[in-house]
Design a binder for this molecule. Structure first.
Ligand SMILES: [Zn+2]
Length: 196
């Protein structure tokens, strides 16, 4: 008995922001849930792992070859918004009047952790912009050291392509994460973007 609960607790501690205490609380909560509810949680995890893949164009999460956003013809294709993670798209999509396509880098530069430009979807970004109708690349990486470093690097590699490159102006303290921005702040940040 002890062993299987420990396994669940250990698995839960692997989630971001979940310490041992919270994991214990969650494990015992799951144990007390009706079978059906607990199983639908595990089924949802199973399904997402089985079906989710990266969009072959923008690296957003999708069930299909090409994601819903890339397939949406009503998007303003003169702009391209670059983000670090697929989850960032969900946040930016809440901002009204801003509906460009995206490009997900799948991380940010961090040489100390071995995250070099080759590890990110930068080559794919350059290939995508070349010979496209993109006129402005809006860099929405996080307002922290890695996000800034990534934005500066992108500026250098995208410069020869002759597109306008802008960085969103966060109303957030330096060092924070785009995930925690509300849609009003983020809307203002996009509106107040500066060319870099
Ligand atoms: Zn896509």
């Amino acid at each position: 008995m002890r062993g299987i609960i420990d396994d669940l607790i250990n698995a839960l501690t692997r989630l971001p922001g979940i310490g041992r205490k919270t994991a214990q609380r969650l494990a015992f909560f799951i144990l007390s849930m009706p079978d059906q509810e607990a199983l639908s949680l595990s089924k949802a995890i199973e399904k997402v792992k089985e079906k989710a893949r990266f969009c072959s164009i923008c690296f957003n999460i999708t069930e299909n070859e090409i994601c819903e956003i890339c397939s949406d013809d009503s998007r303003d294709r003169s702009k391209l918004c670059v983000v670090e993670e697929p989850s960032n798209i969900l946040v930016i999509e809440r901002v009204r009047d801003f509906h460009s396509p995206y490009h997900v880098l799948l991380g940010s530069l961090s040489p100390i952790d071995g995250i070099t430009p080759e590890r990110l979807k930068i080559k794919e970004l350059v290939g995508r912009i070349r010979d496209s109708e993109v006129q402005e690349v809006i860099i929405a990486t996080n307002p922290n050291t890695k996000g800034e470093m990534t934005a500066q690097y992108l500026k250098e590699v995208l410069a020869p392509l002759g597109v306008k490159i802008s960085r969103i102006a966060y109303g957030l303290p330096m060092g924070s994460d785009i995930e925690f921005a509300d849609e009003v702040t983020l809307g203002k940040a996009i509106e107040g973007r500066r060319e870099i």
